[in-house]
Design a protein around this ligand. Structure first.
Ligand code: SF4
Length: 66
């Protein structure tokens, strides 16, 4: 995907699975929330692993973004 994944923070339980699977993209910020790094593309296959493994299924690719 060239578009960034989006984390639904209202569902995220900060389990750390995505930051472990794909630390280049998913970062725990100092406030304790997951942030998506600003990258030129999001083709890293580890992102799909994070999407799959998120225990509350709160990571998705936003198809509506330009
Ligand atoms: S894997 Fe899902 S629930 Fe866990 S920190 Fe990442 S976004 Fe949040």
């Amino acid at each position: 995907m060239t578009r960034p994944p989006v984390v639904d923070l209202s569902l995220c339980i900060c389990c750390g699975v995505c930051t472990e699977c794909c630390p280049a993209v998913f970062v725990l910020n100092p406030a304790g929330y997951i942030e998506v790094a600003d990258l030129p593309d999001y083709l890293d296959p580890d992102i799909e692993e994070a999407v799959r493994d998120c225990p509350v299924d709160c990571i998705a690719f936003d198809e509506c973004m330009p």
